[in-house]
Ligand binder design. Structure first.
Ligand code: FES
Length: 225
């Protein structure tokens, strides 16, 4: 028995999701019971839901292995990134999502895992003996990434301000709060948690695991297997 759950209000999306599941002789469980005894394997929801980002964070905290997929009806790139930063495994347009999910359902049916592949990327070092910017990955397969040192910790963030897309790497770093201030309009973020401390940006920053090995800085990203 597969554990697929959807929190979807759009009738057309519901219909297409049901159709894809039925074509694989699978089905969605009743979403009214969130207190599942076993962790769900796939959760589908809509990014337009006002609590979508908080719900993603909660689901991933409770069930880290669960594959969380979100549909979007309007292109809002920063909300899209915020959903991925919160842990969503797939964000796709409403029309494309059922077909993309079918591939995942098929993997489950075959007994395969939906866990993503981890990729380690080497950062270009930035000369800095103190806290602040120590590495950059301008050409990562994702968006550019900046790495900051704060005490003994390395913290990597998506180097794109959620307000208007400018680079944060050259902004002002505050070693006391571990925050970076966007050089364009002053949004501020904590670099180790990605938390938005001040607008005008509306969303937090995506963060990545980072580590130092043999004097090189490495950042880990996840990609579909
Ligand atoms: S681009 Fe960063 S605050 Fe506007």
């Amino acid at each position: 028995m597969h554990r697929l759950i959807k929190f979807v209000e759009n009738p057309l999306l519901n219909k297409h999701l049901e159709r894809q599941a039925t074509s694989l002789e699978m089905g969605f469980l009743d979403p009214s019971s969130e207190d599942f005894e076993e962790a769900p394997q796939i959760i589908v929801a809509e990014l337009e839901h006002s609590q979508a980002i908080n719900r993603i964070i909660d689901w991933k905290r409770r069930w880290p292995e669960c594959y969380v997929a979100l549909s979007v009806s309007e292109l809002d790139r920063e909300r899209w990134i915020a959903a991925e930063s919160a842990g969503a495994d797939l964000v796709a347009n409403r029309g494309a999502l059922p077909r993309l999910l079918r591939d995942k359902m098929k993997l489950l049916q075959q007994g395969d895992s939906l866990t993503k592949q981890k990729l380690r990327l080497k950062a270009k070092a930035v000369v800095n003996s103190g806290d602040g910017l120590v590495g950059r990955l301008p050409d990562s397969p994702e968006d550019p990434i900046a790495v900051f040192r704060m005490g003994n910790q390395l913290c990597a963030v998506r180097d794109v301000c959620p307000h208007a897309g400018f680079s944060l790497a050259d902004g002002e770093f505050d070693p006391v709060s571990g925050s970076i201030t966007c050089p364009e309009h002053g949004s501020r973020f904590q670099v180790c948690t990605g938390e938005r401390l001040r607008g005008p940006a509306d969303y937090p920053l995506r963060i990545y695991p980072a580590l130092s090995e043999q004097e090189e800085i490495w950042v880990e990203i996840e990609q579909e297997a």
